[in-house]
Design a protein around this ligand. Structure first.
Ligand SMILES: NC(=O)C1=CN([C@@H]2O[C@H](COP(=O)(O)OP(=O)(O)OC[C@H]3O[C@@H](n4cnc5c(N)ncnc54)[C@H](OP(=O)(O)O)[C@@H]3O)[C@@H](O)[C@H]2O)C=CC1
Ligand SMILES: CC(C)(CO)C(=O)C(=O)O
Length: 304
């Protein structure tokens, strides 16, 4: 299977790297500056699950090659439109796009660009970031990528994809309820990135501060109420489940949005909290806590 990874950053670099390690046929679609760095230094992964350095197969948007079978779409949301345009020449009628962005708002854009049937569902749980040298730094053992057909389960193509993604050092998991999984992850990350950026702390001190757990829970409840009101297929027990997950996270665990803020980088507030607030408005649901979380992000964006 010819796999194209769009975006050789924290997520694409890591999962693409684990597939290269297994000797899958992986190419990375990158922009010029990243290409030069990767040509000079190789793609370097510093991981608690084992380091890896390799010379990646690279293309940029103007290169010519046959369409790929599978695309791991792993850019940030604020690069989505440009990335969709750059990807178009490498997508054929049989190409499957597996998006790994946090959130849900990218799905209609991808489907509009590539067709409903060519976009499957995907998400990941991982803690990676690029350091100053452009290396992928993976800081906790978590490296789960979940994927699946949104509508028709057990298709032949998903079986082929599952085979290609199996037996690597990372955890690739096929789901038969990926749409619900994506909404659940969307709820989780909206709250996780929301509280860690608002309180400028990893999850440990937040959940253990006086009233901290209660604040996290109320934000989950607010988000879940909005999602239900807009018809999202979420589980009735999801707030309890997510609170259990919050309690299981390492004391020092941060969100990727928080790490981006610490680096002074752009953030995905509009795509995550902003889009959920838009759904709240459309469904006439009050969202006082989420509004505070989003305002904090907008102030950061004003100053960055
Ligand atoms: N990192 C994490 O721990 C987690 C991240 N996520 C989600 O995964 C998504 C990706 O995040 P992450 O990997 O951290 O982001 P990064 O910023 O680390 O990587 C994104 C990469 O995309 C590249 N890129 C952007 N536009 C293009 C383009 N047109 N063509 C080629 N490459 C392009 C950027 O390259 P360039 O150098 O050219 O800018 C960059 O290397 C986000 O939605 C994030 O929320 C989800 C779970 C965990
Ligand atoms: C859930 C979490 C915190 C880790 O995968 C995440 O998605 C992120 O940091 O963006």
């Amino acid at each position: 299977m010819r796999i194209l990874v769009l975006g050789a950053g924290g997520v694409g670099g890591y999962f693409g790297g684990r597939l290269v390690e297994k000797r899958e046929d992986v190419t990375f679609l990158v922009r010029e500056r990243r290409k030069q760095l990767l040509e000079n230094n190789g793609l370097v992964i510093r991981s608690v699950k084992g380091d890896l350095t390799f010379k990646p197969k690279l293309i940029t948007k103007t290169d010519k090659t046959d369409p790929f079978d599978l695309v791991l779409f792993s850019t940030k949301a604020y690069h989505l439109e440009e990335a969709i345009n750059d990807l178009k020449p490498f997508v054929g009628e049989q190409t499957v796009i597996l998006p790994l962005l946090n959130g849900i708002a990218h799905l209609p854009l991808l489907k509009k660009a590539f067709g409903d049937d060519q976009v499957i569902g995907g998400l990941c749980f991982i803690e990676t970031t690029l350091n100053k040298a452009g290396e992928v730094v993976h800081t906790s053992a978590l490296d789960r990528l979940v994927f699946g057909e949104p509508d028709h389960q057990g298709s032949e193509r998903i079986q082929r994809i599952t085979d290609a993604l199996s037996d690597t050092k990372a955890e690739f998991v096929l789901s038969d309820h990926i749409t619900q999984d994506m909404w659940h992850k969307y709820l989780f990350i909206t709250v996780m990135s929301g509280v860690t950026t608002l309180m400028r702390a990893p999850i440990g001190p937040i959940r253990e501060s006086d009233g901290g757990r209660d604040f996290i829970r109320r934000l989950f409840e607010e988000g879940a109420q909005i999602m239900k009101a807009s018809g999202a297929p979420i589980d009735n027990a999801i707030v309890d489940k997510h609170m259990q997950l919050i309690d299981q996270l390492g004391y020092d665990m941060k969100s990727s949005m928080q790490r981006d803020m610490e680096k002074g980088s752009l953030i995905e507030g509009k795509h995550l909290q902003g889009y959920l607030l838009q759904l709240a408005k459309e469904s006439h649901v009050d969202a006082p806590l989420l509004s505070v979380v989003y305002q904090n992000l907008k102030v950061y964006e004003k100053m960055v």
